[in-house]
Design a protein around this ligand. Structure first.
Ligand code: ACO
Length: 330
């Protein structure tokens, strides 16, 4: 239990959403689907799509600058950039280095982590570790995802789910007992092929054969993902709260990964947290993978829903399978 001694605190959040909106009606003209089906099964009404000129690094940099501005710090104050992304601009170097170059964070170390939808929460825990050892003071934890670049736009069972966007936060050593009070993370690599991109790495290289087969794009077993997501997110929530010495009744605001309203509602129900304490924006953005939680935190804060003194629980699940929850005193 570490509820009395938080080490790491989110001092500001930021976000960037591409301006282009793709509605369910737009998708009806691309694949055999309907607004009714998409809303009923997922709760999604529209999502943002980054056009060709907008990269993962550019979106991440814009979200980072927003967060830095709110924290009142400049680029040379940043000493570490941790980027979560499933859609790096290039396989080499890390996209975090591109963000570093764009924002001019010349004093920082920068690297990517691959935790899929849970990556932002993994990044927060890494930041906590750096702060605990005193090896960094001003850390940017960024999540930027251009999911539109890896989705199969001919597969109606996946293309309707995802969207593009970026969120970021500045993490510093805790002051006044605010910050991360409980954490739980888990992974199960035996289930990797229920949600993955088969080709494009060393196992199945990107060549004309794998590209013709569409193996460089996202494949998903939706029902299996659904069941595992709810189970793992409930378990992670309970364990993170226990780590913090808190119960479900102590939670003032749940900010879950925004994949699907039915996953969110089931998780909240089994975790014993009423929906009026749950922040939801999946209707407007779809599933932006690891960017959903920082974008939601930034929106909730701006709307006055996320307030100082609250017990906030964040929880995510995604490819790996990999999941996690982080409880914070805001
Ligand atoms: N429009 C219309 N019909 C569709 C669509 C669509 N976009 N997609 C699938 N269907 C059809 C299927 O072909 C199937 O038709 P059939 O009965 O004639 O064969 C029917 O709808 C039912 O398909 P299911 O896959 O069984 O539908 P299900 O109720 O499971 O809903 C969904 C599918 C929404 C994908 C659900 O499984 C789900 O939400 N899974 C979680 C997936 C997810 O969120 N992934 C994101 C990444 S992981 C994460 O972030 C947590």
């Amino acid at each position: 239990m570490n509820c009395n001694t938080p080490i790491a605190e989110i001092v500001s959040t930021g976000r960037f959403l591409p301006p282009e909106i793709t509605t369910n009606a737009d998708l009806e003209s691309m694949v055999d689907t309907s607004d009714d089906w998409i809303r009923g099964r997922t709760g999604i009404k529209e999502r943002r799509i980054a056009g060709e000129g907008l990269s993962t690094a550019q979106m991440g940099a814009a979200a980072s600058l927003d967060a830095m501005d709110k924290a009142g710090i400049g680029p040379t104050d940043i000493d570490l950039i941790i980027l979560s992304t499933a859609t790096p601009d290039r396989l080499l170097p890390s996209t975090a280095c591109d963000i570093q170059a764009i924002i001019g964070a010349t004093n920082s170390v920068a690297f990517d982590i691959g935790g899929a939808c849970s990556g932002f929460l993994y990044g927060l825990s890494m930041a906590e570790g750096y702060l605990a050892t005193g090896r960094a003071k001003n850390i940017l934890v960024v999540a930027s995802e251009k999911m539109s670049s890896i989705v199969d736009w001919t597969d109606r069972s996946t293309c309707v789910l995802f969207g593009d966007g970026a969120g970021a936060c500045v993490v510093q050593r805790s002051k006044e007992k605010k910050g991360i009070v409980g954490t739980h993370h888990g992974s199960d690599g035996t289930l990797a092929e229920l949600l993955y991109r088969p080709a494009g790495g060393t196992l199945i290289p990107l060549d004309s054969k794998s590209m013709e087969a569409g193996d460089h794009l996202v494949k998903m077993s939706g029902r299996e993902v659904f069941k595992n997501a709810v189970r793992s997110m409930v378990e992670a929530s309970e364990k993170a709260l226990a780590d913090a010495g808190l119960s479900n009744d102590d939670v003032d605001l749940l900010i879950p990964h925004q994949a699907n309203i039915r996953i969110i509602e089931s998780t909240a129900r089994y975790a014993g947290i009423p929906m009026d304490k749950v922040f939801v924006n999946v209707d407007r953005y779809g599933n932006m993978s690891s960017a959903t939680i920082p974008v939601a935190m930034d929106e909730a804060s701006e709307m006055g829903i996320l307030k100082t003194g609250m017990n906030v629980l964040t929880v995510a699940f995604g490819a790996g399978f990999a999941w996690g929850a982080v409880a914070m005193r805001w």
